[in-house]
Design a protein around this ligand. Sequence first.
Ligand SMILES: [Zn+2]
Length: 409
Amino acid sequence: MITATKVKLYPNEKQKILLEKHFGSCRFVYNYFLAKRDEYYITHRDAEKSSLSYFDTVYMLVGLKKQYPWLYEVNAQSLQMSLRFLDNAFKNFFHKNADHPKFRKKGKNDYFVVPQHVKIKGNRIYFPKFSDGIYFKGSKKKLSEIKNINEIVITKDAGDYYCSIIYELSEKYPPKKQLSEENSVGIDLGIEKFATLSNGIAIENPRFMKKVEKRIEKLQKQLSRKQKGSNNRRKQILKLQKKYRKLRNMRKDFLDKVSTAIAKQYDTIIIEDLNVQGMMQNHHIAKSIGDVSFYAFKEKLKYKAEKYGKNVIEIGRFDPSSKICSRCGNIKHDLKLSDRIYHCNICGLTIDRDLNAAKNIRKMGLIKVGLVQSESTPVEIATSGLHGIYPYRQMSVYESGSSEASAEE
Ligand SMILES: [Zn+2]
């Protein structure tokens, strides 16, 4: 299994300059070939070879270096990695998984990758062009014991430098517990409450995180009033970046704690699959922060379940978990997002909206893996989502709905 750990770098002044050269050169190469690939496509779109490949650009890079000799000052492999990322970005675009690649901007997501020849000795990390090693802090693990580093990613965030070390983990995990209904839990993730478990436990978003979010909003407003290009604006941006970093760290810490606790406590954990496409299209801030957290949480949860030998079941997002009555299966089509309480008109159940959803998620997951029998055949379940789970009730709801409608006429 591949894992990553992030440390803070403390480069000296000379190293800082060289790090900046790496960021700049990798960005330059990326942008240069982004333009070249577009240009080539426009002029060759009807030709047999209509686009440049990764290897074409690697070959062209040799010529570019002769034209701009300062490119020799940085690690050649890091430049090639830029071409690799660019190629991936184009591939994703061609396969319609992403928008057209964008030009990278200075100071925004500055990074470069070192794919080989990385060594850690004590608290120093050594890689090509940095033969003195850069001092680092921030890891509890003994990193010098890592033998198989896959690659490192150097980033800059709010004026500080970081290094993510990606390496192969040799640890052996315990065998998985058998899937069982017993000690299983469904989890509903939300904006209002972070998570609601099917057994009634609710996990609130930590208050200190909301405080920082408020502070960020305020700083953002102040920033809009600062003059472009002014020193004050630059200072404000750095302040804002630091707050963002603080928020990210708080969130990471929170997600780590919650996912560990759940993975330790329960044997079978059922969670909704995330709609990544929907995620990308959502521009609402609170919602997008939520989505990022949900995704990170799920990844952490899966990783920790693996570590403790537990099971994670994912169910489709198409199943309207919040609209179904967890007791009788009635579907409430007119449930609004603002309705915090679910009240069932059929069986009279009154229940917290998120708890109702969590109970449904648990049930759907157990049905999916065959631990709970639904009232219809597996084929029907697979083809009709929830219709298979509560076929009878759903029909009766439909009937009562239509009779009401006719009564009004
Ligand atoms: Zn009901």
